[in-house]
Ligand binder design. Structure first.
Ligand code: CMC
Length: 430
């Protein structure tokens, strides 16, 4: 057995031993769990730039290499050879399924795609012009009211059913949020269609005429789902884990994850990115926006660029760029001006010292919006699509946490810099 490595911290003439934990891949981790008890100090790391919040076996990112692995399998291989529900099985159970396991899994997910009929009434309580993400946060949170029989987290069977319900119903809920926002009737799921085709059908079919899903578009949709399925301890996943650490039910936890994902620094970037590309409009305006992004006082950032972990190409962005070319060619819009602006913006930014020195590369959100737009989705649906894809990862991470016998409530400490104790002053004397 390898000898336990120890780091030593010296403070005020005393030294403290910090065991070094070795991962199967990635940097070593200093175990500071006993530090406060021994030395009466906290560590300080806002934004968690140097903090591992848990151990996990699900997803691995090497940000310097630009590598993303689901349970050890490279994302590029999965994007080429696998599909979203197979990746979901892999993320949830740790191994690729046999044919029988896959068929059973797919059948179970498919059987859960309908939502409780009363949910239709719940949807109708929202303002017609609500952002679909706002509707989704509310509806997914309300799932704990509609599916109360799968909220006992101490029962593994209920946890399993909740997982299936979430993976199966999120596309239905996202599509309903969309239909509601455009004033069209809800379209029920079709269990003869695969996961991605069913989603496209629920979004674009209308009762008045037949809608045939184009298989190549369904494939591109499925790839978008798969590429977004998990990304280790990102902000929304950490939110799901933190919410779940208190024992909250999975529907409440996933609603919390959706709320976190909505922000423009996270999942909201796909909407913000397409809006930015449209605002740039033509290739000649790119330098102006590059300069603005470099100017700290402008408050403007290139959306779809940069990442906390990737200091190289985001491997998902590479696959997404190929997909964008394929989808636009299929739809006969190769000369899409937004795609031209995106490609030129990428080229210019990657030759610019500012972006080179800060290692800012296109991320997953840079090209995804172009594909979704070409498919007919409005920008407001981009983040809901991210949310339904990421649901798989959120659940896998939540399940991993809940089944950990060492589970503790997540409870960070702080560096308090406010007023020290003082006496209350009566209102007339202030
Ligand atoms: N445009 C211009 N400058 C940038 C950008 C950008 N997109 N991203 C980072 N920088 C600069 C930033 O100003 C800072 O400069 P300095 O060191 O001089 O202060 C430096 O690069 C490091 O940035 P940071 O904000 O400290 O890095 P972070 O790891 O906290 O933030 C990020 C990561 C993704 C929030 C950030 O890169 C960003 O805001 N990007 C745009 C939004 C975006 O595309 N988000 C999607 C991320 S991928 C999908 C997902 O997670 O949902």
């Amino acid at each position: 057995m390898a000898e336990q490595r120890i780091a030593t911290l010296s403070l005020d003439g005393k030294s403290y031993e910090l065991p070094v934990m070795s991962p199967t891949a990635g940097p070593d981790v200093l175990d500071i769990r006993k530090l406060y008890g021994q030395a009466d100090v906290f560590t300080y790391d806002p934004g968690f730039t140097s903090t591992a919040s848990c151990d996990s076996t699900i997803t691995y990112i090497d940000g310097d290499k630009g590598e993303l692995l689901y349970r050890g399998y490279p994302i590029e291989q999965l994007a080429e050879k696998s599909h979203h529900l197979e990746a979901a099985y892999l993320l949830l159970y740790g191994e690729l399924p046999t044919e029988t396991q896959m068929n059973d899994f797919e059948r179970t997910v498919t059987r859960h795609t309908m939502v409780h009929e009363q949910m239709h009434n719940f949807f109708r309580g929202f303002r017609r012009d609500a952002h679909p993400m706002a509707t989704m946060v509310g509806v997914v949170g309300a799932m704990s009211a509609f599916y109360h029989d799968s909220t006992d987290i101490s029962d593994p069977r209920q946890r399993e059913i909740a997982a299936f319900r979430l993976i199966a119903k999120l596309p239905t809920i996202a599509a309903m949020a969309y239909k509601y926002s455009i004033g069209q009737p809800f379209v029920y799921p079709r269990n003869d269609l695969d996961y991605a085709s069913n989603f496209l059908h629920m979004c674009f079919a209308v009762p008045a005429e037949e809608y045939k899903v184009e298989p190549a578009l369904a494939k591109a949709m499925d790839r978008i789902f798969l590429l977004h399925a998990d990304h280790e301890q990102n902000a929304s996943t950490s939110t799901v884990r933190l919410a779940g650490s208190s024992g909250a039910n999975p529907f409440a936890c996933i609603a919390a994850g959706i709320a976190c994902l909505w922000g423009p620094a996270h999942g909201g970037a796909n909407q913000a990115c397409l809006e930015m590309l449209r605002e740039i409009g033509t290739v000649d305006r790119i330098p102006e926006f590059i300069e603005k992004a470099k100017d700290k006082n402008s408050g403007f950032r290139l959306m779809g660029f940069g990442h906390r972990v990737y200091k190289n190409f985001d491997p998902r962005a590479k696959v997404m760029k190929e997909s964008a070319d394929e989808v636009l060619e299929l739809l006969g819009v190769e000369n899409n001006p937004t795609l031209q602006v995106a490609k030129e913006l990428e080229r210019i930014a990657l030759e610019d010292d500012y972006f080179i020195s800060k290692k800012l590369y296109p991320n997953v959100d840079f090209y995804s919006g172009i594909i979704l737009d070409a498919m007919g989705f409005p920008t407001s649906m981009f983040t809901p699509i991210f949310a339904l894809s990421r649901t798989v990862g959120w659940i896998a991470q939540w399940r991993e946490m809940i089944s950990d016998p060492q589970l503790k409530i997540g409870r960070p400490r702080q560096l308090y810099v406010g007023a020290t104790q003082r006496d209350y002053v009566d209102v007339g004397q202030r």
